[in-house]
Design a protein around this ligand. Structure first.
Ligand SMILES: C[S@@+](CC[C@H](N)C(=O)[O-])C[C@H]1O[C@@H](n2cnc3c(N)ncnc32)[C@H](O)[C@@H]1O
Length: 414
């Protein structure tokens, strides 16, 4: 390890300040463009010792767990960046990914994210000699930082921390680390533990007693199995009540979900036959079914069942059909796509490569692409453009405040 003084020239995609040293780029966490910093250099990573020229874009972090000089949690990367350059950074993640695929000039301003909106958080937990450790991992390590506050989490999750801790403690057996996904639902907190060793009868009883004594916990599951469910967890997808399965995917903030839904609904308009691909528990399908018949396709059985049940229990929706299908291996073919006026797709980070190849050859009039990865979105848009589609807009949506992740909705037509 050596000491050097460097000047940061830009912010990298992972939120590090990047300086150019004689051996190539040096990545410095918590440093901003324009700043001159003395660093302890380890390989091509620097740790700030002192800053002599402070950027005007620097902001005071809101959370005590962000402080790099203390035991900082790795949940946030960019709390030290003021809001205007922060939003420019997020927008540029999309702009740069599209540019690299020859797609220019279509990116709208970012739909912002406020503090206190995150309704889903994934905690790490472990029993120690001093008691239960519950928190978030320090960046790029397995070390758990115990959490006392979190400005991005919803008030429901924050006020539920004592109950979450008590349930985690009742689940914890041995010193192994496990993950606890906490989702705030309309009926209470939904807690899904994963990576736990199978619980014996005594441990199960302890979890049940803890949940019944705690306030505000709707359900606890371990490795996908429901242990106790005082209330059926319910979420609202555009006026349709859905009970998602334990640990199922859900958009991390309701505000981002609503923004995405509004964009794609305005584009799809009154299309009579709509296909929703990678449909999850029906976040978009159930909203789309207010005006058109919807076929929802998804790889996982349980969310699809929740979607189907919600559609059957709700008055005033057009017909909703569901299909379990692996869209990476068996995308809908050009022939199958013929019956739809509009297609919505919202794949995992890997994107929808196989499916867009079929879509690019199809006659579907309108497409809405929702994505959590600008790189695979750009690749997929390129395929659709080469197949004759025009991109009308791309809107970045900040769903993961102070992280380096960004969502985007692209609207296309032919
Ligand atoms: C980003 S989520 C979107 C879910 C839903 N649209 C929503 O907004 O809640 C991606 C979804 O794709 C599903 N998925 C992942 N791989 C898949 C595959 N190979 N075939 C079909 N669905 C898949 C996941 O189960 C998940 O529900």
């Amino acid at each position: 390890m050596s000491t050097e003084t460097v000047t940061i020239s830009k912010l990298g995609a992972k939120g590090h300040g990047i300086a150019h040293g004689p051996q190539g780029p040096i990545y410095v966490a918590h440093a901003l463009p324009g700043e001159t910093v003395a660093i302890a250099l380890n390989g091509n990573h620097g740790t700030v010792i002192s800053t002599s020229a402070v950027s005007e874009d620097r902001a005071e972090p809101l959370c005590r767990h962000f402080d790099p000089d203390r035991d900082a949690c790795g949940g946030c990367t960019l709390q030290h960046l003021a809001s205007a350059p922060y939003e420019a950074f997020k927008r540029d993640l999309v702009v740069d990914a599209l540019k690299a695929k020859g797609i220019d000039g279509l990116v709208a301003p970012v739909v912002s994210c406020a503090v206190g909106q995150r309704r889903r958080a994934v905690f790490s937990a472990r029993q120690t000699e001093k008691g239960l450790l519950l928190g978030f991992n320090r960046a790029e390590t397995n070390h758990i930082v115990s959490i006392e506050e979190c400005p991005i989490a919803s008030p429901g999750i924050l006020s539920g921390l004592p109950a979450i801790r008590a349930v985690a403690e009742s689940c914890a057996a041995g010193a192994d680390t496990f993950r606890l996904t906490v989702t705030e639902t309309l009926t209470g907190l939904d807690l899904a533990a994963e990576g736990l060793k199978p619980l014996n009868e005594k441990q199960r009883r302890r979890v049940i007693e803890t949940v019944l004594a705690a306030k505000g916990v709707a359900r606890v599951s371990a490795n996908g199995e429901v242990l106790v469910e005082p209330q059926k967890p319910l979420v609202d997808f555009g006026g349709v009540a859905v009970s998602p399965p334990p640990g199922a995917f859900m958009q991390a903030t309701k505000e981002a979900e609503d923004a995405m839904a509004e964009l794609l609904l305005s584009h799809v308009g009154k299309a009579k036959r709509v296909l929703d691909l990678f449909a999850g528990s029906g976040t978009f399908a159930l909203r789309l079914a207010r005006t058109g018949r919807v076929h929802a396709v998804e790889g996982e059985e349980k969310p699809l069942k929740a979607l189907d049940q919600a559609a059957r229990n709700t008055q005033g929706l057009k017909a909703v059909t569901v299909e379990k299908r692996d869209l990476f291996r068996r995308p809908l073919t050009t022939q199958e796509l013929k019956q739809y006026d509009a297609v919505v797709f919202d794949p995992p980070r890997a994107g929808a490569e196989a499916q867009v190849k079929e879509l690019a050859r199809s006659g579907v009039k309108k497409i809405a692409a929702v994505s959590c990865n600008p790189l695979t979105l750009a690749r997929d848009l390129r395929t659709l453009i080469d197949g004759g589609y025009k991109v009308r807009s791309v809107t970045p949506i900040d769903q993961f405040l102070w992280s380096t992740h960004v969502e985007a909705v692209a609207l296309l037509e032919r």
